[in-house]
Design a protein around this ligand. Structure first.
Ligand code: NAD
Length: 252
């Protein structure tokens, strides 16, 4: 817990108004962090922040480079540090290859992949000054295959980004890791279809998952809290699958 002598560490959670981001914000807040919940859906961010101590809602569109620069500048001015940057903002247009259009392809990469890169870039001066920091990117099991192509490509790219930043930022004391969950029943999954279709899909995923269980937002939050904390002090460049075994080959 923080004391007057050791101010609370500051975490930014993009997509913090969503189900996974909200679980991450709740867990980090419970662990004593000051949390900035940043989301393009400001009412959702306010809803999450309003229920948690030391938690603040901010409007942020991670697809907008200018908004990212302003957000990081304002956050630095207000909170003085960013100890953990959790990138959970994400979209998944439910498009198979035949349906892919350039506009939604680009939007998916801009939100899921370019967003984390540009926020890290904007945070770099602060991390250099701090000599420490931790970035946790929320990837997806689909980086291994089996997802909508534009989405899976963005999440595979996020692994490449994670590993490259881990190498580039290690000398300044900043760790970069990813958490890759399998299907979670959230607002996000509603992009796939209606409730009946989701019930059927969830049951198929559960039945095909080695542990015969679905992943919950809290499972992701536990992994993020570990990777963001000093308990993971010498862990960087990793992809932690939170999949109840769904990342394992299941053809045998
Ligand atoms: N739900 C799943 O099945 C699942 C599985 C694996 C990975 N993920 C990943 O987990 C992360 C969180 O997903 P979730 O399930 O909580 O979904 P969610 O839809 O509940 O939350 C996503 C949040 O991101 C926000 N967002 C979208 N575009 C944004 C933008 N341009 N700028 C800022 N915020 C933006 C949304 O407003 C929303 O609050 C995503 O990155 C997603 O790819 C989800």
């Amino acid at each position: 817990m923080s004391t007057a002598a050791t101010p609370a560490r500051v975490a930014v959670v993009t997509g913090g108004g969503g189900d996974v981001g909200a679980a991450v914000a709740a867990r980090l807040s419970a662990d004593g962090w000051t949390v900035v919940v940043a989301d393009v859906d400001e009412p959702a961010a306010r809803h999450v922040a309003g229920r948690l101590p030391r938690t603040h809602a901010r409007l942020l569109d991670v697809a907008d480079p200018g908004a990212i620069r302003s957000f990081v500048a304002d956050t630095s001015a207000e909170f003085a540090r960013i100890d953990a940057l959790v990138c959970a903002a994400g979209i998944e247009p439910p498009q198979s290859l035949a349906d892919v259009d350039p506009g939604s392809w680009d939007r998916t990469q801009d939100v899921n992949l370019r967003g984390p890169a540009l926020i890290a870039q904007a945070t770099l001066p602060l991390w250099r000054a701090q000599g420490s920091g931790s970035m946790v990117n929320i990837g997806s099991r689909t980086w291994l295959g089996g997802g909508h192509p534009g989405y899976a490509a963005s999440k595979a790219g996020l692994v490449g980004l994670t590993r490259s930043l881990a190498m580039e930022l290690a000398p300044i004391g900043v760790r970069v890791n990813a958490v890759a969950p399998s299907f979670i029943r959230t607002k996000f999954s509603r992009q796939r279809g209606d409730e009946q279709m989701l019930d059927d899909y969830a049951e198929r995923v559960r039945a095909a998952t080695p542990m015969r269980e679905l992943v919950r937002p809290e499972d992701v939050a536990n992994a993020v809290a570990f990777l963001a904390s000093d308990q993971a002090a010498r862990i960087t460049g990793e992809v932690l699958h939170v999949c109840a075994g769904a990342q394992l080959p299941t053809f045998l």
